[in-house]
Design a protein around this ligand. Structure first.
Ligand code: FES
Ligand SMILES: [Fe+2]
Length: 337
């Protein structure tokens, strides 16, 4: 199964910048393409993880004098893929058209490393508001590569109806649901769902992290980003920017950036509290997405019944596939979450 062009052609976050220290080489998967990511003294390089000589994985190589050395015969490749040395042969005899490795565009922003497989992608990754806002405290979270489809993970975070059931006690409660109003707005190139409620959720996460929630908004920025913002009377309480990088057809690498207002509590304390409460919720979603994917794989394809709570309908998938939505606001939907 291939990804839509809108997915393959985008910029994708593939690593935390702090994980690619000078001299490090790391293999990452992006849309079924293995990539050798490395950092030399002069910056980041990203090469397709396939030595052009005899197809040894370049990600097993070492960074030496600003170039990546293939462990098999020792050919050396600069960050732009140029073959700068074939050991034992004169440098003058290096016809680049035949010997170069395939380089990808790579960029570092806000502590994250982005790569694109598309030579004509825009100059910069398009990121949602506040990801780089210096007035907020931020930290990145990552937890390996998960089984499941990136798209199903996006649908999971945009779906409030599983939070009381799967995450019973942590986010909401299945035995004491609260009345809410759900309002969906389509913005052409994105879609958002606002949840309006009078009282905070009854799960322990809300009790510790927010006092006076009035509104939470989740917005999908295709192809791979969902940003959720929680607002209380005093303004923004918490902003989570979740990025679901497709690794293969059946796996994805999630990253999340947590942003909070400065001054409420020290950054390290907020980070520790969020990580503590996040761990069980993340484990529940990871398990659910893996099991869901195993069933779809067994039956050979997904097959979804649209229930009354699936109010985003096919719109997430249309955006994922590169289509636009007609702008507009749906009638509010009353529900109990
Ligand atoms: S396979 Fe890489 S140098 Fe020969
Ligand atoms: Fe969840």
């Amino acid at each position: 199964m291939a990804f839509p062009d809108a997915v393959t052609d985008a910029w994708h976050m593939v690593a935390l910048a702090s994980d690619i220290r000078p001299g490090a080489v790391r293999k990452v998967m992006l849309c079924n393409t293995p990539i050798a990511l490395f950092r030399s003294a002069s910056g980041l390089g990203a090469l397709i993880d396939r030595c052009p000589h005899r197809n040894y994985p370049l990600s097993r190589g070492r960074v030496e004098n600003g170039a990546l050395t293939c462990p098999y015969h020792g050919w050396r490749f600069a960050m732009d893929g140029t073959c700068v040395e074939v050991p034992g042969c004169p440098a003058a005899a290096l016809p680049q058209s035949k010997l170069a490795a395939q380089a990808l565009r790579v960029i570092e922003r806000h502590g994250a490393v982005f790569v694109t497989l598309n030579g004509s992608a825009p100059d910069e990754p398009d990121l949602p508001p506040d990801v780089g806002n210096p007035d907020l405290d931020h930290f990145w979270w990552q937890h390996g590569t998960w089984q499941g489809r990136a798209f199903d993970a996006i649908e999971n975070v945009m779906d409030p109806f599983h939070t009381g059931h799967l995450h019973h006690g942590f986010i909401r409660r299945r035995d004491r649901r609260l009345p809410v109003k759900l309002v969906v707005s389509s913005h052409g190139d994105s879609i958002e769902m606002a949840i309006e409620q009078d009282a905070p959720d009854l799960g322990i996460m809300s009790r510790f992290l927010e006092r006076d929630r009035q509104r939470s908004i989740s917005r999908y920025y295709p192809p791979t980003i969902v940003q959720a913002r929680w607002q209380g009377r005093a303004g923004l309480t918490l902003c989570v920017t979740a990025i679901f990088t497709p690794a293969t057809d059946g796996s994805f690498t999630p990253f999340a950036r947590f942003s909070t207002r400065k001054g409420l509590a020290p950054g390290w304390l907020k980070q520790a509290a969020i990580r503590l409460f996040l761990a069980p919720v993340v484990a529940q979603d990871r398990k659910a997405l893996g099991l869901q994917h195993a069933v779809m794989t067994h039956f050979g394809h997904p097959q979804f019944a649209e229930g009354p709570g699936d109010i985003l309908g096919s719109r997430l998938h249309r955006l994922w596939s590169g289509h636009r939505l007609s702008p507009g606001v749906d009638d509010g939907v009353m529900a109990e979450l």
